[in-house]
Design a protein around this ligand. Structure first.
Ligand code: NDP
Ligand code: OXD
Length: 309
């Protein structure tokens, strides 16, 4: 059995070791060393060159190294008849829930204001808000959204969540569909995006959404930059409608050197690192899925390409 593996070259060694330890029976072909394309049964990839997967005639399933599959869905030559599996693994959930909890707490405790005060050598108190009075709205109640709910729960925030289909999550006020979004926004002091990038979510975070939030709300986008209309976001920050933002993702990545976000005093910025797939735990999930598939059982975490996630 042969598996083509393609990810950032800098992180490949951990994956090669994890496969060697956990599934020595799988012959790993690390891109760009393809060998005979006919031999490849499975592909585990992050941002493969467009058309690469279509050149593997006996491919049986495609696995994404990341949770998001927009990098694959945008390839017009993607073999759409094959099962496509997104990454769901404990390392990603842990990383994302840490990032979101950290960002929520920073904004909840007015970190941006205290950072500005520190620069100006100002010693001044800002009235603390009890967590029970702070409402955190999470867009996306999937694998990562739910992991964040669990991480945030002990702090005592009021938790709200939005999904496509109706959901019931203990301790979370749940909304769904377009109507649900407009109900949830005015009740979200901190809005977190953990949505996949799909035609329905592209440019979702725009001036109308920002205007619907309470004045002085915060945005945390740990999902995809394609969801945020960046000029609208800058305008909302300039007017004070948004008091600040934590942005891990951008329309253009790497963020261009002349982007106004780099030096923005109300923005905390990270280079798309909110959560990284961890080789050891991810390989365990991929192997379990392949073994299931080889025994004629359905794969877990397959993507519905029609709905885009
Ligand atoms: P899931 O597929 O498990 O969950 C997606 C959630 O979004 C579901 O709750 C789904 O609703 C909801 N959703 C999708 N479309 C809509 C819509 N149109 N309206 C309302 N709700 C919608 O994804 P994950 O939680 O695993 O990952 C989420 C995203 O996080 C990834 O797609 C990726 O883009 C991003 N990500 C970013 C990382 C980073 O480092 N910055 C790292 C990892 C992931 P329903 O439950 O009804 O299906
Ligand atoms: C992912 C990502 O989708 O790293 O997993 O962005």
């Amino acid at each position: 059995m042969a598996l083509l593996f393609k990810t950032d070259a800098s992180r490949a060694d951990d994956w090669v070791c994890a496969f060697a330890e956990q599934a020595p029976e799988i012959e790993l072909r690390v891109f760009p060393e393809l060998g005979r394309a006919e031999d490849i049964d499975y592909a585990l990839v992050w941002q493969p060159p467009p058309g690469l997967l279509a050149r593997l005639p006996n491919l049986r399933a495609v696995f994404s190294v990341g949770a998001g599959i927009d990098h694959l869905a945008s390839d017009p030559a993607l073999p759409r008849h094959l099962p496509l599996v997104r990454m769901v693994e404990p390392g990603l959930s842990e990383g994302m829930s840490e990032y979101v909890a950290m960002s929520v707490l920073l904004h909840h405790r007015f970190f941006l204001d205290y950072q500005a005060q520190q620069k100006a050598r100002v010693w001044e108190e800002i009235q603390q808000v009890p967590a029970a009075e702070r409402r955190v709205g999470i867009l996306g109640l999937g694998a990562l959204g739910l992991a964040c709910v669990e991480k945030l729960r002990p702090f005592g925030f009021q938790l709200l969540g939005w999904s496509r289909a109706a959901k019931a999550v203990s301790g979370v006020t749940c909304f769904h569909g377009t109507e649900g979004l407009w109900q949830m926004l005015p009740q979200s002091d901190i809005l977190v995006s953990l949505l996949p990038l799909t035609p329905a979510t592209r440019n979702l975070l725009d001036r109308r959404v920002f205007a619907a939030l309470p004045r002085g709300a915060y945005l945390i986008n740990a999902a995809r930059g394609g969801q945020q209309v960046e000029q609208d976001l800058l305008d909302a920050l300039a007017s004070g409608q948004l008091a600040g933002a934590s942005l891990d993702v951008f329309q253009q990545e790497p963020l261009p050197p002349d982007s106004p976000f780099w030096n923005h005093p109300r923005v905390l910025l990270t280079p798309h690192v909110a959560a990284m797939t961890m080789a050891k735990t991810a390989v365990a999930e991929v192997i379990a899925n392949i073994r299931r598939f080889e025994q004629g059982q359905p794969l877990h975490n397959t993507v519905d390409l029609e709905r885009g996630y």
